[in-house]
Unconditional design. Structure first.
Length: 179
């Protein structure tokens, strides 16, 4: 969960987010804020318990000093490295970032091993490494926020679908065992 580097990968105004939702046919979804997007590289453990580099997306609401909470978004099953949230894949990164951060939440989304900057094989449904990637991204994000004078929200929410549902449940179990 130690951060290695953070890089700004984009940002969208509130008006642009509204247009993005409209373009995707999600006309009834509103947002309150624009967003800034960052790729965070951090250390985590692979299934063999070796230290490896992983990455994830951090979405921060523009012009906010406090957040409603943290949402850890675990994306669904994907087969292309380019489908990683930090690559700003529309469905695995950009739309969830727009939705959660656009509503005032700090959103983090792990790329998983084998996606994003990771050169490791993807550990599909390996509960321990999936949980570790999620929790380590949360810890690395908390460290980066503290280094930049930002406070960590009190509430943390885990969300995901398909493989991301499995990753969320595995992360919840890990957090319960060692908060």
């Amino acid at each position: 969960g130690e951060p290695i580097s953070i890089e700004r990968v984009g940002g969208y105004s509130h008006l642009t987010l509204r247009a993005l939702f409209w373009w995707q046919g999600l006309r009834k979804i509103s947002t309150e804020h624009g967003i800034d997007l960052y790729r965070l590289e951090y250390w985590t453990l692979d299934p063999k318990e070796r230290m490896v580099v992983a990455s994830g997306l951090i979405a921060i609401p523009k012009n906010r000093t406090s957040f409603r909470g943290v949402v850890s978004w675990q994306h669904g099953t994907a087969s292309l490295r380019s489908a990683a949230p930090s690559s700003l894949d529309a469905f695995n990164g950009l739309l969830p970032a727009a939705f959660f951060a656009g509503h005032g939440y700090l959103m983090v989304a792990p790329d998983y091993l084998g996606f994003g900057v990771s050169e490791e094989p993807h550990s599909y449904y390996h509960s321990a490494s999936m949980a570790r990637v999620v929790v380590d991204l949360l810890q690395a994000t908390k460290t980066v926020m503290a280094q930049n004078g930002m406070s960590w929200p009190r509430h943390v929410f885990l969300s995901g679908f398909s493989q991301g549902g499995h990753a969320s449940l595995a992360a919840q179990r890990l957090l319960e065992r060692s908060p």
